[in-house]
Design a protein around this ligand. Structure first.
Ligand code: NCD
Ligand code: ZN
Length: 477
């Protein structure tokens, strides 16, 4: 057998359905073989992973790295360093940067920046707005992983498109086979409630959730699912926060809609009970909700109704997070570095198995986004993207020690059990012994070129905007 670049011995290799003691041989960034130690080829370097579990690196399909546009909050260097410390080897970056990633030019600019600074692999979302539908085909050619549509206005003040524009956007994207990720909160409900509260002078942290009761998510998920069923567009529901929105999600799945869902650690482990302690820092969209939502969301993850864990890593500066008037506090907080330790803590407590975790964090995101089995699995032929974790290591999360530029989170002071110790991206250590390997900046690559979505399945194509317009124009006069 060919000589390997690296052989990792002694670890426990995890997949969604097995934990095996095995060695892993890596060559040219890919896994050559997984097997017993004596079956390994000669190697340039060997690495002893005794006592560690070897997981496929996490794939976080929802981060905001703010670059270009908001360098005081984050950039591709600091964001992907955080990912490396969090055992995350691929991220999908959101388009609410400056310029908005809505044109092929803006996308090309972001590709250039990311490829020069990223420590880990990435995909880039294209923005779907009222007036950007005409760019979809060019954006696909310029290399997007999927599209993002904000049904509710959020950071960046990007107006949410009308339902008419949404339908047309879904029609156009359906033909490409790409998935559309939705911020599923209905703008008009929220803005009306918020403006009434502001008029009466309410500006406490709980006013934020009062403006966005779960009905905003129920309405938005239901509407998006109806449009997806009609058009055949593939959709993904971002940051599921409420028990109630699980019903339209389940109904859509039962009807055969290609719909997936994610939740985030803050909806599982934080609640309205934390608003007083954490203050405005907890402000995020959708809001962290009442404790009664946690158990149904957790059960949905266990049952497979919710497909994956993502973070909505959305950093803002300490000044932007600590203003007194809640309406002026920027929404979001960092998460890419703390997701894995927080989830592994649940494994330590027996609430989930390490196999479940790998399914939620790596295998399922890879499958639903057309990256499997290149990513999301440890087997011959896959990219050698690995998180080597110590399931017994405890640590107290300290915001100041995080890699993100925005060192303020609701997790500060929380003790976790289970920590990534080394992170490997396509065969190369990007984090080793909890140290960043600085010269891996620029090692990250866009994964759009290896994405293989199933064939597109557009529906009602004779009724699309494009076809009705053509029909009218072609009518004899
Ligand atoms: C995100 C951000 O800051 O970009 N904020 C948030 O509260 N989640 C935007 C988003 O994902 O909605
Ligand atoms: Zn969002």
């Amino acid at each position: 057998m060919k000589k390997a670049d690296l052989v990792i011995h002694g670890g426990r290799v995890v997949s969604p359905d097995s934990i095996i003691e095995a060695s892993i041989a890596i060559r040219d960034g890919k896994i050559l073989t997984v097997g017993t130690a004596d079956a390994m080829p000669e190697a340039t370097e060997t690495f002893d992973a005794t006592g560690l579990h070897v997981l496929p690196g996490a794939i976080d399909v929802h981060v905001h790295f703010r670059d270009p546009g908001y360098p005081t909050k984050e950039d591709w260097g600091t964001g992907t360093a955080g990912a490396a410390f969090g055992g995350v080897t691929t991220v999908f970056d959101m388009p609410n940067t400056l310029p908005t990633t809505a044109t092929p030019d803006a996308l090309a600019q972001k590709h250039t920046i990311a490829s020069s600074r990223a420590h880990i692999d990435y995909g880039l979302y294209g923005f779907l707005g009222e007036d950007t539908i005409g760019n979809v085909q060019d954006m696909v050619e310029a290399g997007v992983i999927g599209f993002k549509l904000y049904m509710g206005e959020t950071f960046g003040r990007l107006p949410s498109p009308s339902t008419g524009a949404m339908l047309e956007a879904f029609e156009v994207v359906a033909e490409t086979g790409k998935r559309i990720s939705l911020h599923a909160e209905t703008a008009s409900i929220m803005s009306r409630r918020e403006s009434r509260m502001r008029d009466t002078g309410r500006c406490d942290p709980m006013a934020h959730i009062a403006a966005r009761p779960a009905i905003v998510a129920v309405e938005a998920v239901s509407r998006a699912a109806a449009l997806a069923e009609w058009t055949g567009a593939r959709i993904h529901i971002l940051h599921i926060s409420s028990a109630e929105e699980l019903r339209p999600l389940a109904e859509a799945k039962a009807r055969g809609v290609d719909i997936t869902g994610e939740t985030c650690p803050h909806y599982l482990f934080l609640s309205t009970d934390d608003y007083r302690r954490v203050g405005g820092v907890i402000r995020i969209n959708p809001p962290v909700r009442e404790p009664r939502n946690q158990e149904p969301i957790w059960s949905a993850l266990q049952s497979g109704l919710i497909d994956m864990i993502a973070t909505d890593h959305s950093p803002h500066t300490p000044e932007q997070k600590t203003r007194n008037d809640i309406w002026t506090v920027d929404c979001g907080f960092p998460g890419v570095e703390t997701q894995m330790p927080l989830m592994l803590t649940q494994v330590a407590q027996g609430r989930a198995s390490i196999c479940d975790y790998v399914r939620w964090s790596a295998a399922n995101p890879a499958k639903h986004w057309g990256l499997y089995p290149r990513k999301g699995v440890i087997q011959a032929g896959a990219d050698a993207d690995l998180a080597l974790v110590d399931l017994n290591r405890t640590m107290t999360i300290d915001d100041q020690a995080l890699q993100t530029r925005s060192k303020i989170t609701p997790w500060n002071g929380r003790t976790i059990t289970g920590l990534p110790i080394h992170t490997i991206v396509r065969g190369r250590f990007v984090m080793r012994d909890r140290q960043l390997i600085a010269d891996t900046a620029g090692w990250g690559r866009s994964v759009h070129s290896i994405q293989k979505m199933p064939p597109a399945k557009p529906r009602n194509t004779e009724l699309t905007m494009r076809n009705i317009v053509k029909h009218v124009e072609a009518r004899p006069t």
